[in-house]
Design a protein around this ligand. Structure first.
Ligand code: DX5
Ligand code: ZN
Length: 214
């Protein structure tokens, strides 16, 4: 079980401290949005590079950008450890996954709640991580879409059938209330933004998630 707090919900004026506060977590989830693939712009290369400089956490980069292959090398150079691409964002998902692997990074594939799961099947045997989006990407703080549980179960079954050791990550609306159900459905990496960086600070948020999973 890994927890991957999303820095999208942190206070960017205090990025260093906000990363310090999640140092006991497993990964830092880095949400890159281009205002085209999703209706929001978050941040890009300089913020990842700054995070890399002050934190030794695994940088789990989620690219919500059109034609991500244009920027894979730049994000790898800026400090990404894993690069996850949206299957809808490229005509060449297989090529994008291979490029990430050629860069020596862990390759992830993800898909929106409205995208048929079959879309990721051709690369399932190649990836190091599958991310099931449990909200429509673009914003933190949205509500978990209940149908996602069934999608997680299906992907878990497919990975097991393949004998794949890929991570199964879930992102969007994960809270202390639903974390256990998400893990029981087969996920082993939970992303949480607003549930971690809440009003009482990241330490308390992380603690609540850990307790819920015990
Ligand atoms: C959604 C992002 C998520 C987001 C999760 O577009 O991909 O990673 O930060 O935020 P919460 O946990 O608040 O739903
Ligand atoms: Zn994300």
């Amino acid at each position: 079980m890994k927890l991957a707090p999303s820095i999208l919900s942190c206070d960017f004026a205090r990025l260093g401290e906000e990363l310090q506060a999640i140092e006991s977590a497993d990964w830092a989830h880095v949400d890159v949005m281009d205002g085209m693939f999703v209706p929001n712009i978050s941040f890009g290369l300089p913020i990842l590079a700054a995070a890399r400089r002050v934190s030794s956490l695994y940088m789990d980069v989620h690219l919500m950008i059109e034609q991500p292959e244009r920027y894979l090398k730049a994000f790898a150079d800026a400090g990404a450890d894993g690069l996850t691409v949206q299957v809808e964002s490229t005509r060449h998902i297989h090529r994008a996954v291979q490029q990430v692997k050629e860069l020596g990074k862990r390759a992830g594939v993800t898909l929106n709640p409205g995208t048929p799961l079959d879309m990721i099947k051709p690369v399932l045997g190649d990836v190091d991580l599958v991310l099931v989006m449990s909200v429509n990407p673009g914003f933190g703080g949205q509500k978990f879409i209940p149908d996602s549980l069934e999608r997680i179960r299906t992907v878990r079954r497919w990975l097991d059938e393949l004998g794949s050791g890929a991570d199964l990550q879930v992102d969007g609306g994960v809270t202390a209330e639903n974390a256990r159900a998400v893990v029981e459905a087969g996920a082993n990496v939970l992303v949480a933004g607003s549930a971690v960086y809440g009003p009482d600070g990241a330490g308390a948020g992380l603690q609540r998630l850990r307790e819920a999973l015990q």
